[in-house]
Design a protein around this ligand. Structure first.
Ligand SMILES: [Zn+2]
Length: 761
């Protein structure tokens, strides 16, 4: 009997044959497939998606170029971008290179890339022709930078969309309707961030990993119950999931049943903090490739939000049951409904914690070494694992080395951030992509770095930094960003590429700054300072989907934020509609972590309120272009100061503009030898200016804020030693600092340098 996996396999084999045919027209695969009869489901799916017999693989245009969620025509005549021809690989390095788009179509590079495919792919196909998960990995690895059917549709996305549609038509190839299943775990942030105390960073890290597994378990159960292969997943990660399935009562019943079972488990595990919304929307199969898809998509998200508002409605009896309160609370999450409180760790002064918090603490200690995870319904598996966690009756076995023994047919082997084809020879092996960079502890090897070590490693003041950041207007980008080109393969491509940045390339950027920053980037710490340039002292707490929460030595977190922004803009082809906003909080090591999470979240909100594309740092909010600044530029050419120009009429040529160029010149120029009191005086001037502005009438503020500080600043400068005042570099600083255009920035400039040069803790 034919299975749904065989249907998916046939689509994937055809996609591989197309890839092989492009790399080597003489390869035997295409003719091999000619003798295979095509399943009617596959024929119809290909018809709908526009995959013809003569469709060929080609170079890939950047899908981000298409995105325009506004109602107007795109503001800037943007260039055409292409994907560079390179596989996603970490064969000889820890993390893949970031594929910054090219502004030309790659032609000459094709030969080398084809050779690579011949060498690495074609040879490994013989004994793996039936291995669905290995073939999928190959398509993801080599087919993410090639187009198929349309110039901006990636081969991997076309392949997945076609396989998902074909499987949804399983045994009913003429089906008029199809179903989109969407899920959303809400309350994740509450579960991850609202904890106190001891070893908190690694517990946070464990919590976000655990929720990633919970998301995966929901997906696994849907796949099992609905008899779907993994190709039916459109997107899954960070508590969100989208799948395609057959439109039927059975689908709807199973979805309801899984949701109920999961929510019963979530209530017990997380005491109503985390809730699973799960929806199923049926629509015309042909809508997969037209504009209607976007309204179906928005409708299903709307339904999810409605569910969240009345969460645990089905579990109402459970909620109403009198909950016992035992008085004693878990000192980590503060629940009081259990007497099962034990010491969190083996130290003498360890606090009492509930079973979930103890489990998360233990998981945090194991994660640093974890390379693979096996998901199984059995409580024993053939390979010896290093730990075992149960998620709604399924076991998740953790491995520090890749398991060597065969796994069972109903088991799945997840390989964390692994793109090596040779590791996927065991069937049912799938990549688990995680934004999970983390420095190793200096004191306690084999573990994540602790907060006090991060503070200790910081330049200047000994503090920890926390960065939260996410993509601006993401909902809008997905809802209407693709306009008339809103098709399933493109939508899948957009979410895949967006989440690659946060799950895959953010690791690359953290681990290897030197080789991963885009061209023409601006940085404070250059590669002469090797220790700091390598940027070791970061620990990701969460990164995925479209957002991140990263901790680290404060100075490195600040620079990382600048790197992320520049890298992301380059990665998305500098599309003016795809931007990031972020907030940073800088805290003492004893500062409660939930408070730091909330503070950086508040900062991020302020950045969003500044019409987005902004950063809030040191309590100051500016557009990224103001933080990054420019050198030797005419005020005519600075877009971001449109407002200042209303009050400052005169046009100027600025040696330095914005924040980073000043900090760079002042901090990286030891020859200047300015007295520390100079920076103090800048800060005092900033404070005086702020007080005066508070007193001023509202309508006056904009008039005076650019000029108020100038006399005091001039006085401070005049007190500096003559030798310094006449130093060539300092003349540039002085002139630029005295320009009213730079008036808004000098509190941020002074604070940044002050913190970098502070000698006492
Ligand atoms: Zn607890």
């Amino acid at each position: 009997m034919m299975t749904s996996s065989q249907v998916a396999l046939q689509v994937v084999q055809q996609a591989i044959a197309a890839l092989a045919g492009w790399a080597d027209p003489n390869n035997p695969l295409t003719s091999k497939l000619n003798f295979v009869e095509e399943y009617p489901e596959v024929t119809r799916a290909k018809e709908i998606l526009g995959w013809k017999k003569d469709t060929e693989v080609g170079t890939l245009r950047l899908l981000f170029d298409r995105v325009n969620p506004s109602d107007e025509l795109k503001q800037e005549t943007s260039e055409l971008h292409y994907h560079p021809l390179m596989p996603i690989d970490n064969d000889n390095k820890e993390y893949p290179k970031i594929p910054y788009p090219l502004n030309y179509e790659p032609q000459e590079e094709q030969k080398a890339f084809k050779e690579k495919i011949k060498k690495e792919v074609l040879e490994s196909l013989h004994e793996n022709w039936e291995n669905l998960s290995l073939l999928m990995l190959i398509l993801e690895k080599f087919g993410s930078c090639l187009s198929f059917t349309e110039s901006d549709v990636a081969l991997v996305d076309m392949n997945r969309a076609t396989a998902a549609v074909a499987v949804a038509l399983f045994d009913n190839s003429e089906a008029e309707n199809i179903s989109l299943i969407a899920g959303d775990l809400s309350g994740i942030q509450k579960f991850i961030y609202t904890i106190s105390s001891d070893g908190a960073l690694k517990s946070l890290r464990a919590r976000s990993f655990y929720l990633e597994l919970v998301t995966e378990e929901i997906v696994q159960q849907l796949l099992e119950e609905l008899n779907l292969p993994r190709t039916s997943i459109i997107y899954a990660g960070g508590g969100n999931l989208y799948l395609l399935a057959a439109a039927s009562n059975k689908t709807e019943e199973k979805v309801k049943q899984i949701q109920n079972e999961f929510n019963n488990w979530l209530i017990n595990k997380f005491q109503h903090k985390v809730f699973l919304a799960l929806e199923c929307k049926t629509f015309y199969t042909n809508d997969i490739v037209n504009k209607n898809l976007s309204s179906h998509w928005n409708e299903v998200i709307h339904q999810l939000n409605k569910q969240k508002k009345r969460k645990f409605y089905e579990q109402i009896n459970n909620l109403l049951a009198v909950r016992d309160s035992f008085g004693d609370r878990c000192r980590v999450c503060y629940r009081d409904d259990t007497t099962d409180l034990e010491q969190l760790n083996t130290e003498d002064d360890s606090i009492l914690a509930c079973p979930t918090c103890r489990e998360m603490f233990q998981l945090g200690s194991q994660l640093f070494k974890t390379k693979a995870v096996v998901r199984s319904r059995h409580n024993n598996i053939s390979s010896k694992s290093d730990a075992d966690y149960i998620i709604n009756n399924s076991h998740y076995f953790l491995f520090n080395q890749l398991p060597t023994q065969q796994i069972q047919n109903d088991e799945t082997l997840f390989l964390i951030n692994n793109w090596k084809i040779k590791d996927y020879h065991l069937p049912h092996s799938v990549p688990l992509l995680l934004g999970n960079y983390g420095q190793e502890s200096f004191e306690n090897q084999g573990n994540f770095i602790r907060a006090h070590e991060l503070a200790e490693e910081a330049k200047g003041i000994k503090r920890v930094g926390y960065l939260r950041m996410d993509v601006d207007n993401l909902g809008k980008i997905f809802a209407k960003g693709l306009g008339d080109n809103h098709t399933l393969p493109r939508l899948a491509g957009l979410s895949r590429q967006m989440s690659y940045f946060f799950k895959v390339y953010l690791n690359s950027l953290a681990a290897n700054r030197k080789d991963t920053l885009p061209e023409n980037h601006k940085i404070l710490t250059n590669d002469k300072n090797q220790k700091k340039f390598a940027r070791l002292n970061l620990l990701f707490i969460y990164a995925g989907g479209d957002d991140l929460f990263v901790s680290g030595s404060w100075d490195e977190v600040v620079e990382f934020a600048f790197d992320i922004y520049q890298s992301f803009r380059a990665y998305t082809g500098h599309n003016p509609y795809i931007t990031l906003s972020g907030g940073i909080s800088i805290n003492d090591v004893k500062y409660p972590i939930y408070q730091a999470a909330s503070d950086s979240g508040e900062s991020e909100k302020k950045a969003k309120a500044n019409k987005r594309d902004s950063l809030c740092l040191f309590g100051e909010v500016f557009k990224w272009d103001e933080w990054l600044g420019q050198t030797n530029v005419s005020t005519d050419n600075i877009k971001v100061i449109a407002e200042s120009k209303l009050y400052i009429s005169k046009k100027e040529q600025l040696g330095l503009f914005g924040i980073l160029p000043f900090v760079d010149k002042l901090f990286n120029n030891p020859d200047l030898g300015y007295p520390q009191s100079f920076i103090r005086n800048l800060l005092v001037t900033a404070e005086i200016q702020e007080l005066a502005l508070k007193k001023a009438k509202k309508e006056e503020i904009n008039d005076i804020k650019y000029f108020l500080h100038l006399p005091k600043l001039a006085y401070t400068m005049s007190k500096l030693p003559q030798k310094l005042r006449s130093h060539e570099d300092f003349v540039l600083i002085r002139q630029s600092l005295m320009s009213p255009y730079n008036a808004p920035y000098f509190p941020a400039i002074a604070t940044w340098i002050e913190l970098l040069t502070r000698t006492q803790a």
